[in-house]
Design a binder for this molecule. Structure first.
Ligand SMILES: [Zn+2]
Length: 271
């Protein structure tokens, strides 16, 4: 009898536990009261950005270009072709941002990269090439070449070229001297030895002085004409911030973006 009572008590206590557990669970999983929502048809979120303008695909020769001159700062042409050039990168943050902006607009640009950064950011170099942009030689260490011996200049050009070739398998076809500094005789022997024309520019927004993105954009849009070579630096945030307005402003004016080699394929005279 005592045994039976104790077994009944045990059963009751188990049931109590079960009841209390299930009560607890019920409280936890109980669905919240349904919330009724009403569509707000009176309001539409305004579009922040209009659809991006798109550069047409340009069927100009890319290689070999028709370069017989030693040095160019612009190609005299009646056609609305222009070349955007970006120097001193790649930069780990700003260059990928810039590449996104270019890709969105189907714009191909030319990057005068510095050898030290080429070695530091090889995947960005490969992305630049994979997305159809051109790579130019801008030396290894960005020195003033006009004050250097021929053999020291050779080391700078060879070093940058070899890093670029090793990383992406593409050989630069043009060079740009840092600060635009290169003597006439240096331009000549570099052209005959490497086949590189010296590429300068005719539009300089002086973005390296950091005048602010809107000033950079307006200088670029106002200064560019048919055959222009535009100088910019993808190592400065404000320059990259200026690019949507610059690129769209130029597209709106009817310019078509091509690489430097494509622009040179139009011919032209030495500057
Ligand atoms: Zn530079």
């Amino acid at each position: 009898m005592i045994k039976r009572r104790s077994s009944i008590l045990a059963t009751l206590s188990v049931l109590t536990v079960l009841v209390s557990c299930s009560a607890k669970e019920t409280a936890v999983v109980a669905p919240p009261a349904p919330v009724k929502t009403v569509a707000n048809t009176a309001h539409r979120t305004p579009s922040i950005r209009p659809p991006a303008l798109r550069n047409p695909s340009v069927n100009l020769s890319n290689s070999p270009f028709n370069s017989t001159k030693v040095s160019y700062s612009r190609i005299p042409t009646a056609a609305p072709y222009i070349a955007m050039t970006f120097d001193d990168g790649p930069h780990p943050v700003y260059t990928p941002r810039l590449l996104d902006m270019l890709r969105k607009r189907n714009i191909k640009a030319t990057f005068y990269v510095v050898g030290t950064n080429v070695k530091r950011y090889p995947s960005i170099i490969r992305r630049i090439v994979a997305e159809g942009h051109e790579i130019g030689n801008h030396t290894v260490n960005h020195p003033n070449l006009s004050k250097m011996s021929n053999s020291a200049v050779r080391n700078e050009l060879n070093g940058a070229r070899d890093s670029i070739v090793a990383i992406c398998g593409v050989k630069p076809r043009t060079m740009r001297p840092p600060y635009g500094a290169l003597t006439t005789s240096q331009r000549s022997w570099i052209h005959s030895e490497y086949g590189y024309p010296t590429i300068l520019w005719d539009v300089d927004p002086k973005d390296w002085q950091k005048p602010g993105a809107s000033v950079v954009a307006s200088r670029i849009v106002q200064g560019t004409r048919n055959g222009s070579i535009v100088l910019a630096h993808d190592i400065h945030q404000a320059t990259v911030d200026a690019m949507p307005a610059s690129l769209d402003g130029l597209l709106r004016k009817g310019f078509k973006f091509v690489t430097v080699s494509q622009l040179l394929s139009l011919g032209g005279t030495a500057q």
